[in-house]
Design a protein around this ligand. Structure first.
Ligand SMILES: *Cc1c(COP(=O)(O)O)cnc(C)c1O
Length: 404
């Protein structure tokens, strides 16, 4: 039996027709940029996460870059983050000239070790950037306590963790600002690139809106004033409703630019797809948990190391990660059985070629390095059949029993 690591065609069932109808509407309305669906999706997403503002952007990496810039983080500022994540986490810090300061991870949850953060804080540190890796929340209580004590911002990289919770609050609502990705394979994915920023802070929301669209218009002007500490009268901070509701109306403010920003908006076509999928997210997340719990139960008495959930957290299993000291031969064996696996991540961030200029070396983060030699993901996706799950389980057990 052939089992893919992720089969995205399964989740299209039941939503395709509605999406195509909406896309046809979009074509006849010629509303491609910042249309009705983008605004509605932002509202729905903010409500789901439990925050005041959701600002859509072009992708998850831009969400991180814009969030860091919105906090005023600049060249040579230090941002503390995990050594074990997707490259974009560290890239977003580096691309604005700030310095990624890595911290090792915990061997049980694979997330940043909150007990190693404080020793990395210097007078240049501005923020902590935890990543809820694979959908498993970080210890936000401790991280927020450290941030408060040292007067630092917290930026959540929630790109893999839409829907997960910590202390019964949604990931993305527990920090100054949080970032999501809608890359197709993420738990909520579009048909291309997309991202979202969430925050409860009105000023940060305005600054993010400005940065995603060339730092122009009334948002750009306000953002400039906020970032430069200029007092803004309360009534000025209202949204420019005419430009939001109807972007075909000529808005003279649009061509006044106040900040060096980005062109990073969520496309209307992606918003249509995301709204359709979003209505299923709760159900899909439950399904992921059911499959993960089934794997947990069936693989319990093997030599494989199973995923552990952060205390007080709920995991959404963006990826189901196992550990084996025979990873290479095991994944090769699974490949022979036509079961796909993936390795996340073979190179920890501090050892990536592009990060070498920060001066890290092998041995600096032993847990991240250990995991990068042992972890692999097995198939888990919405619509995966029981037969497929059992086949994966049986092949894993067979390998385990024969001790190959
Ligand atoms: C996917 C991902 C990103 C980047 O998202 P894109 O939408 O691909 O730019 C950032 N951080 C983590 C942890 C991710 O998994």
């Amino acid at each position: 039996m052939k089992v893919k690591l992720i089969d995205l065609t399964r989740q299209n069932k039941g939503i395709e027709k509605g999406i195509i109808r909406e896309i046809k509407n979009m074509f006849s309305n010629v509303s491609f940029i910042m249309g009705e669906n983008v605004h509605e999706f932002e509202k729905e997403f903010a409500q789901y996460i439990g925050v005041k503002h959701a600002i859509s952007v072009g992708n998850g990496t831009d969400a991180l870059v814009i969030a860091l810039k919105a906090l005023g983080i600049k060249k040579n500022d230090e941002v503390i983050t995990t050594a074990y994540s997707f490259f974009a986490t560290a890239e977003a810090i580096a691309v604005i000239g700030a310095i990624p300061v890595f911290v090792d991870v915990k061997l049980d949850t694979y997330n940043i070790d909150e007990n190693l953060i404080e020793e990395k804080i210097t007078n240049k540190t501005r923020a902590i950037l935890p990543v809820h890796l694979f959908g498993n929340p970080c210890n936000m209580k401790k991280i927020n306590e450290i941030a408060k004590k040292h007067n630092l911002y917290v930026v959540e990289d929630a790109c893999q963790a839409v829907g997960s919770t910590y202390d019964n609050a949604k990931i993305g609502s527990l920090s100054n600002i949080a970032c999501f990705s809608f890359f197709p394979t993420k738990n909520l994915g579009c048909a291309g690139d997309g991202g979202m920023i969430t925050t409860n802070d009105d000023k940060l929301a305005t600054i993010c809106k400005a940065f995603r669209s060339h730092g122009s218009g009334s948002d750009g002007k306000l953002a400039y004033e906020y970032l430069n500490g200029i007092d803004v009268p309360k009534e000025a901070s209202q949204d420019d409703d005419a430009t939001i509701k109807n972007n075909t109306v000529y808005n003279p403010m649009k061509y006044y630019n106040y900040l060096i920003g980005h062109n990073s908006r969520l496309d209307e076509i992606q918003a249509i797809i995301l709204r359709a999928k979003f209505s299923k997210l709760k159900k899909w997340t439950e399904e992921r948990k059911r499959i993960a719990n089934y794997y947990d139960k069936k693989l319990e008495h093997t030599n494989l190391v199973l995923p552990e959930v952060e205390k007080n957290g709920k995991h959404v299993y963006h990826l189901y990660i196992l550990q084996s000291d025979k990873r290479d031969s095991l994944t090769k064996y699974l490949k022979e059985k036509e079961i796909a696996t993936g390795i996340y991540y073979q190179v920890p961030l501090h050892l990536q070629e592009a990060m070498l200029k920060y001066g890290y070396k092998v041995g600096d983060f032993p847990n991240a390095e250990y995991l990068s030699n042992r972890t692999f993901a097995i198939p888990l996706y919405v619509g995966m059949t029981k037969e497929e799950q059992d086949y994966v389980i049986n092949c894993l057990k067979e390998y385990d029993k024969n001790g190959r």
